[in-house]
Design a protein around this ligand. Sequence first.
Ligand SMILES: [Zn+2]
Ligand SMILES: [Zn+2]
Length: 459
Amino acid sequence: MARRPVNPPAEGWSLTIPHRLWTELSAHLFPSGGGAVLLAGHAEGARGPRLLAYDLITATNDTDYIPGEYGHRALAPSFVRDAAVRARDESAAYLAVHAHGGLDRVRFSSVDTASHERGYPALRQITGQTVGGLVLTPHAAAGDLWLADGSRTPLAETVIPGGNLLRLRPCPATATPAGPDHDRQARLLGDVGQETLNRLRVAVVGLGGVGSILVEELARLGVGTLVLIDDDTIEATNLPRLVAAGKDDIGLLKTDLAARNAQRANPRIRLIPKATRVEHPEALKELALCDWIFLAADSASARHWVNATVQQFLIPAVQVGVKIPVDSAGYVGQIHTATRIMLPGDGCLWCNRLIDSTQLAIDMHPKAERDAARYVPGVPAPSVITLNTLAAAEALNHFVLAATGLHDDDHDHAAVIHRPRTRQRDLQDPRQDANCRWCTPAGRLGRGDSGSVVQTATL
Ligand SMILES: [Zn+2]
Ligand SMILES: [Zn+2]
């Protein structure tokens, strides 16, 4: 098959489809052709409004998808009515989907456009929400949106966060050649790949030993915008693990050190530092506008809030952690690093028992009470820069390859566990609880701004 085009993020309206829904939709549409409706939530994005697909209603051929009056197959009126009623009741956007032949380019036919003009004004009245059509090939997508305010607009891109972070457009993007700074890197990533990194907005939550390395490398890779979240200040015991930190930096905010390093690595970078805890509304607001999140903070609350953002706003993330078990007698257990890919619509951190609810309850208390409950004085956890580097490198390589479409398998998103003492590297597929209220269509998946993460966080 021809290599799929790599498209940098586009300005304008976008649609994000969780990769499992995309797989189901692709199987339904290609190669035989079929009809379906996507239901989608809504959120503001950094480059324009976002539609967040959370459920797929496939039309059964010959009963729901029938020969139309105008020489095309069309969704049956009863199917359209039932889907529109769901869209109205769930305050969701309604997007009718079909496929065309071809690969890299797609556009609506005149028959398609005429049917939109006949049908969508009435459908928009019924649902009171955005309605529209989406036409696909395996490598391209075009959309015609009829907005609730009465206007009409094309869809700029369709994003599928899976093992690769796919972006489909009506036709492949072209890019200007990467500058001399990134010439060597662009020889792997391509000019469009380099341009993709430049247009991405990436968050790093936790700017300690792992986060410090992530920021340095993301800035040097040429990522255009970094959101830096940590409320902590630098202590003497942090110095051996923080990039470019010196004695004079003791007492400095970790966000200030990270911003200084990122600026030095790439003077053109745009930085959004938030010296708050991640659950602060301002930090959550910035997170929800990102294209990718690195979770390098080890608290239960950071895990919970990033997990919620991934699922509710369909933003891919990677959780990076290092575990060094040493008991009071000095016995060293199985050291391991974990790099977990968090994809919307897939088994989340709650499903995989990676958030401790007791710890989370403690984290939600005021600082003095947290400190009293959590710390056993005199027993700080071990931390070593080489192990942080191992975990950070795994996460960064995944990010670069996914963002530029270079992973072999669009579906592979297993966690990578390194056990340096036995030199093992294991892959672990995430599990999903069918009733999870975060990562399933019946839960918060893709619900975006309809109920903020703050309001829905009953623990
Ligand atoms: Zn068509
Ligand atoms: Zn879940």
